[in-house]
Design a protein around this ligand. Structure first.
Ligand code: MG
Ligand code: MG
Length: 258
């Protein structure tokens, strides 16, 4: 079984640079999101922006994934293919981005509203983002992975949402996916102990309806079984004493959305 790969402070600073490039890329994508735009156009913009800034799209060719972004509209949970799908008013799209910069990986995701969205869908986005914040609060030395998992699950289920179980967060930094797995469900005080030097991608995937998902025949796309919408927010986070150090940021995105 692969071991946890601990990072030095210098390495964490490099992962921060990679993560900030992801954050800036998502902000560039945010500028383009409007009705009539095809998701493949968002992918093209992201790939160009990442390369122009000295990075490499981390998802492109990862286990054969053919694009630089995962773009998952509406009932798609994660790992959707950018393509001819045209955004329309009222849609939501989850955009997941990873980059390699100076050999280090950053990973972050944001679910965007296209124009005006319904009140219920807005609530799903807000609660999912809160789930991420609750998980991050627990990414501190002395707690355990299960404390993050429990915090995410508890907040989502309190609002009647379904927590996706089959896909999980993960260690990140030297590779896109490292140990430990960080599930969005679990028991307090369970799992691996959190220590200085751990860098985690925390990424709640929360369904408006039931938790059940289906895997598409394309080998990648995941959607909700009941076809209700799903949201996904993700940050790359360094475990620290006292409070977590969030290496990616939504600030650039939210400046665009303001
Ligand atoms: Mg991601
Ligand atoms: Mg991830």
């Amino acid at each position: 079984m692969p071991k946890v790969l601990y990072k030095t402070s210098e390495e964490i600073e490099l992962i921060r640079k990679s993560s900030l490039l992801v954050s800036k890329t998502l902000a560039e994508v945010a500028k383009l999101i409007k009705p009539g735009v095809k998701t493949i156009e968002l992918n093209k913009l992201a790939e160009t922006y990442i390369r122009d800034n000295g990075g490499v799209p981390a998802f492109l060719n990862y286990n054969g994934f053919p694009y630089s972004l995962c773009i998952s509209p509406n009932d798609q949970v994660v790992h959707g293919f950018p393509g001819e799908f045209e955004l329309k008013e009222g849609d939501i799209i989850s955009v997941d981005c990873g980059v390699i910069l100076n050999k280090f990986f950053g990973d972050s995701a944001y679910t965007f509203a296209v124009g005006e969205i319904g009140e219920e869908t807005r609530k799903l986005l807000n609660i999912t983002k809160e789930c991420l914040a609750k998980g991050i609060e627990k990414a501190v030395v002395g707690l355990r992975v299960g404390d993050i998992s429990y915090a995410v699950q508890e907040h989502a289920e309190k609002h009647g949402y379904g927590v996706v179980k089959e896909l999980v967060g993960h260690g990140v930094g030297f590779k896109l996916h490292e140990k430990p797995e960080v599930p969005n469900y679990g028991k307090r005080g369970s799992g691996m102990k959190l220590e200085e030097g751990m860098v985690l991608a925390i990424e709640p995937m929360i369904n408006a309806g039931k938790a059940a998902i289906k895997f598409w025949k394309d080998g990648w796309t995941v959607s909700t079984k009941d076809n209700k919408p799903s949201a996904h927010f993700e940050h790359t986070v360094a475990v620290r004493k006292g409070s977590a150090d969030v290496l990616s940021t939504f600030e650039y995105i939210e400046e665009v959305l303001r």
